[in-house]
Design a protein around this ligand. Structure first.
Ligand code: NI
Length: 305
């Protein structure tokens, strides 16, 4: 089915990804606080959503479950990061960025917006051809947090179909505009669409255009094993910062993978292998602690400027 897409001017509808004040550009002070002992249910439906179409079941490589409903980073000792670029594709900045990535053999993940895809669908095919991954960043880049479940699913399905139409590869993950999303919505998207929600652990606030050198230093200094790096190919200044950023990360020994590859590398919490007695004790601690969402926001709020 061919979707009829709105023709609203981009400048009026697109805002930056970063809105929440609780999101810090700093790396979380202790990744250990993120480790949870709750045994998560196995999640069916990791295959790309089909919405009634007949499609052979397929589980993304390495995704054996349980998949969490949210990732800001993964737990790993490997010197690996996923760099993500949001709000494109942009007709000038994105091809320039793709050239930079290709020259360094770096694979990235692009969270694309439907209202941008319609102008440059060919760029999605190029991303796939060059080994990158594409994720769902909605059609209109409006905040999802206040949407009804029905509206949210409609918005994401429409962007999903645009991505498939442009490049033939269904997205496996999503990123909410502004990072604004409710826990219940994350669970809904994982259940109904198979999408884990991808946030980030390193935010250079590049959309504020702090200067090329500042963007580079924030990303390079914030990068950590398992980190998810946030940036925006919508902005020229961000792309201008990439040669130095990428070169410095490579010089520090970081390996770049896409988001799906990163999730597949997530090392399970050590508590899961402990004895039932230990688990009971740990569970009690966990019960007394804030939920993972609350904890993440709380930690970030402490370090926010
Ligand atoms: Ni965005």
């Amino acid at each position: 089915m061919r979707l009829t897409l709105p023709t609203v001017l981009l400048g009026a509808t697109l805002t930056s990804c970063q809105v929440p004040s609780f999101v810090s550009r700093d790396t979380p002070s202790s990744l250990a606080s993120e480790i949870r002992v709750t045994l998560k249910p196995m999640v069916a439906g990791l295959e790309a959503p089909t919405w009634g179409q007949e499609m052979a079941p397929s589980v993304p490589e390495g995704w054996t479950g349980p998949i969490e409903d949210t990732y800001t980073h993964i737990r790993t000792s490997r010197n690996v990061v996923a760099i993500t670029f949001d709000d494109g594709p942009h007709g000038e900045n994105t091809p320039r960025l793709l050239d930079m990535l290709k020259a360094r053999n770096i694979k990235a993940t692009f969270y694309v917006v439907g209202d941008m895809i319609k102008y440059h669908p060919e760029l999605l095919a190029r991303m796939i051809a060059e080994g990158h991954e594409i994720g769902n960043h909605t059609v209109k880049h409006n905040s999802l947090a206040r949407m009804s479940d029905e509206s949210l699913l409609t918005e994401l399905r429409a962007c999903h179909e645009q991505i498939v139409a442009a490049c033939g590869v269904p997205p496996k993950t999503m990123r909410p505009p502004g990072g604004a999303i409710k826990k219940s919505q994350k669970e809904l998207m994982l259940k109904e669409l198979g999408y884990p929600t991808i946030l980030w652990s390193v935010d250079p606030l590049d959309w504020k255009r702090p200067g090329v050198d500042v963007v580079t230093s924030r990303i390079v200094n914030g990068a950590h094993p398992g980190g998810i790096l946030l940036a925006h190919d919508l902005h020229k200044s961000t792309v201008d910062a990439m040669p130095a950023t990428l070169d410095q990360l490579l010089a520090k020994g970081f390996e770049f993978v896409t988001i799906s590859q990163l999730i597949a590398m997530d090392e399970k919490p050590p508590e899961l292998t402990k004895t039932p007695e230990t688990l009971t004790k740990s569970s009690k601690v966990s019960t007394d602690s804030p939920s993972s969402d609350t904890m993440t926001i709380s930690n970030q709020a402490k370090s926010a400027p």
